[in-house]
Design a protein around this ligand. Structure first.
Ligand code: AHG
Ligand code: MN
Ligand code: MN
Length: 343
């Protein structure tokens, strides 16, 4: 046997460390890994096959134009979770309401999955990295149809979370609360192989990512922090480098490896922030914290935020711990919560 460990082997080995685990979570993670490979195959064909690029002509619950691949990825992830039998409910960016899975094997399953099937989908038509984000909760009710209480759980209640980045290579990164591990898809054997064991995000970094086109409408704390990033100071390696891909997954994956901060603050167009708490911010916050990073809304830990709506939005400051701490200090000083004003 050669030296590599596949995602499937790794999941089974980890399960063996928990003698009372019955394997449901392992099977759920395996189902997500399989769906990721199918979606990856279609993404890689974008450009070759005419009927997968472009808009469907419909808008999702957020009022955003759906791409054909948004819909494809959504259908495939939900399909894999439905046939896998370990998930009783799916919350997706692409569906206004929850998806109950009511087959005899699934309806009393223990887990609920929240997904952003395709993150950064506006980049798909131009061959730039996109991603998938997932978050797994254990239902609170014991059986029958899961309730809203089952799904509106705080980020601290997540039992697992992960992302797939479809970039120059395809990677799946996940945590079950015991560190973070990354797997790279080897296309020659069609397997995710452990390539980034025990990932740790650097405590400091020199890259900041934010859509500066919205600068005029940023809170003062964010404006001052950006000025700080741009100042000349060789001792602190400033000015920092600005990088903004427009796929949060790709920006945050780069930060995971190189260090950096990603900010999507409140703006005039997005007074609560743009990104969604349940299937974008919470899973990324869980992964970042498990890797030694930090994720807040500028004032409060993302994972502690109350969840009141499926598609709730949040502002996010995420990445290297010391960078996020400093940005929060700017927020406290120049945009104190009680005086938060939008332009
Ligand atoms: P999605 O494609 O799932 O709707 O998410 C897009 C998100 C995020 O990935 C990205 O960083 C951000 O929106 C980009 O927004 P702006 O174009 O407003 O910068
Ligand atoms: Mn997204
Ligand atoms: Mn999306």
């Amino acid at each position: 046997m050669s030296g590599f460990v596949t995602l499937g082997q790794f999941i089974i080995e980890k399960q063996a460390e928990f003698p009372y685990a019955k394997g449901e979570l392992s099977r759920l993670l395996r189902d997500i890994g399989i769906a990721a490979k199918v979606v990856n195959r279609e993404i890689n064909k974008a450009g070759l096959v005419n009927d997968i690029l472009g808009d469907v002509g419909t808008v999702n619950v957020q009022g955003e134009m759906q791409k054909k691949l948004d819909v494809y990825a959504n259908d495939h992830f939900i399909g894999a979770l439905t046939s896998g039998g370990e998930c009783c409910m799916v919350v997706s960016e692409e569906n206004e309401e929850v998806n109950h899975i009511e087959s005899p094997v699934s309806k009393n399953a223990k887990y609920i999955v929240a997904i952003d099937p395709l993150d950064g989908s506006s980049n798909i038509d131009v061959n730039v990295a996109v991603g998938t984000i997932f978050s797994i909760y254990r239902r609170k009710s014991v059986e029958g149809r899961p309730t809203m209480e089952d799904v509106l759980q705080k980020g601290t209640e997540q039992v697992a979370a992960g992302y797939i980045v479809y970039g120059s290579s395809t990677m799946l990164v996940y945590t079950t609360g015991c560190g973070v591990n990354g797997f790279t898809l080897d296309p020659s054997i069609g397997e995710f192989c452990l390539s980034h064991p025990n990932m740790k995000i650097p405590k400091d970094g020199t890259i900041y990512s934010i859509n500066e086109g919205n600068y005029k409408c940023f809170p003062d704390g964010v404006k001052k922090y950006i000025k700080y990033c741009q100042e000349e100071d060789p001792a602190t390696h400033r000015p920092y480098t600005s990088r903004y891909i427009g796929s949060m997954i790709a920006d945050l994956h780069r930060n995971m490896i190189k260090g950096g901060i990603y900010i999507y603050p409140t703006t005039a167009h997005a007074p609560q922030g743009k990104l969604r708490l349940v299937y974008e911010c919470n899973p990324m916050a869980f992964i970042l914290e498990q890797a030694g990073g930090r994720a807040t809304n500028g004032y409060q830990r993302i994972l502690d935020m109350e969840v009141t709506e499926l598609h709730q939005r949040a502002s996010i400051f995420a990445g290297s711990e010391n960078m996020v701490l400093l940005a929060e200090e700017y927020m406290r000083q120049y945009s104190p919560l009680e005086k938060a004003v939008l332009c």
